[in-house]
Design a protein around this ligand. Structure first.
Ligand code: SF4
Length: 381
């Protein structure tokens, strides 16, 4: 039976960061968190029956948000026990929890580990207090350093930290300091994103008015080129556009997404991909709670991908990764004529230096990684 991944969305934070467009609410009252957990349990039971998932093996569980580290260790233990009533856990199951430094200390991290979490993803974003303030982060530098130090103390071998670049007035040396600061803690995994602001976030209007204080696209490319080189020198594998890992420390959960594997998403706004169908839960917390209370489905969107959509999506997702995509893989799964059209496009991109072709494998070159979104657009057209 095929493996399955599970994503749980916990949509509460201490307060909203100024760049955030995730579904998250600034609510910290525990009774409300528990009410939400109850609704998620109902959803799990409902979806297991609806999608005939009982007995499937979970290879990864991901507690994301929001700030799931606002939960208590016993809540996580209860959640994992509940899941074991429906699924079996793979012997090597990866259980990740996103952690925000202002919500934990060493003891709480240790207690999460004892409850079953075996991978932590720490939302650092920056070590520079000026940027933490600008982004509206709740964590202080001291809290960040505390949580990173505790990873070593609890002998956690699998954890990650997130950093953001392309911040206003951020110079290349300042960005380099952030990377150097992260490396002090020897993180097995790093996720590096550039700041992107959607029109709904408070910082968007600031960025519109003061676009010149942000690094230009050329500067951004320079920052990222330096990052790729530096992290490679430090022994990291650049295994996905935004992700770097020491050998063996890649995030299995995210690899499921990029390899087109099946996943069940639970909680407000969560996406699922099951049996070739993509589904999305309502993004409104109020509707989510109400629907489940009334015994109704939380889904607001569902689509079955057509063969040509699946093909384009499969190529784009696999191209995000270092392993890329193989022509034989595509030819055994999709219509030959459609695959050949896409292969011609990949050949053209390799002649332009955006794609590396090795035998029948295509993968993004360093030049291609810097303009990945444009490459994906070419593949979609
Ligand atoms: S902690 Fe994360 S999810 Fe919460 S508001 Fe900040 S960026 Fe958004």
């Amino acid at each position: 039976m095929k493996e399955l991944s599970l994503y749980f969305h916990f949509p509460f934070c201490l307060k909203r960061c100024r760049y955030c467009d995730f579904v998250s609410y600034p609510r910290r009252d525990r009774s409300f968190h528990l009410e939400y957990e109850k609704a998620v349990f109902q959803e799990i039971a409902w979806k297991v029956e609806e999608e005939s998932l009982r007995g499937r093996e979970l290879s990864t569980v991901y507690l994301g948000g929001g700030t799931p580290s606002l939960l208590f260790p016993e809540d996580v233990e209860r959640m994992l026990n509940y899941l074991q009533g429906f699924f079996t856990f793979s012997p090597s199951v990866e259980i990740t929890m996103e952690v925000n430094p202002e919500t934990v200390n060493g003891d709480k991290i240790k207690a999460f580990q004892e409850a079953g979490v075996n991978r932590f993803s720490v939302g650092v974003q920056s070590f520079n207090p000026r940027f933490l303030y600008f982004l509206g982060r709740s964590s202080s530098l001291g809290q960040i350093e505390n949580v990173l130090s505790s990873m070593e103390k609890i002998h956690c071998s699998s954890w990650s930290l997130d950093l953001l670049y392309s911040l206003p007035f951020q110079s290349l040396p300042e960005w380099q300091q952030d990377i150097e600061h992260a490396l002090i803690y020897h993180p097995p995994h790093l996720s590096i994103y550039n700041l992107t602001l959607s029109p709904v976030v408070p910082l968007y209007s600031f960025a519109r008015r003061h676009s010149r204080v942000f690094p230009s696209p050329d500067e951004e490319a320079l920052y990222f080129e330096w990052t790729m080189e530096k992290l490679e020198q430090e022994g990291y594998i650049h295994y996905e556009i935004s992700n770097f890992a020491q050998p063996g420390a890649e995030c299995s959960h995210n690899l499921t997404y990029w390899r087109g594997g099946e996943y069940l998403g639970v909680g407000v706004s969560a996406w699922s991909y099951l049996g070739g169908r993509r589904q999305k839960n309502t993004s409104s917390l109020k509707n989510y709670l109400r629907r489940l209370e009334e015994g109704k489905s939380p889904l607001t969107f569902q689509e079955e991908l057509e063969a040509h959509q699946k093909l384009a999506e499969d190529i784009m997702l696999r191209l995000r990764t270092k392993e890329g995509v193989q022509s034989s893989y595509l030819l055994t799964r999709y219509r030959r004529g459609e695959v050949e059209t896409k292969l011609k496009c990949l050949e053209y991109l390799s002649q332009e230096g955006f794609i590396i072709k090795e035998g029948e494998r295509f993968a993004l070159s360093k030049k291609g990684i810097l303009v990945a979104n444009q490459i994906f657009q070419e593949i979609l057209d």
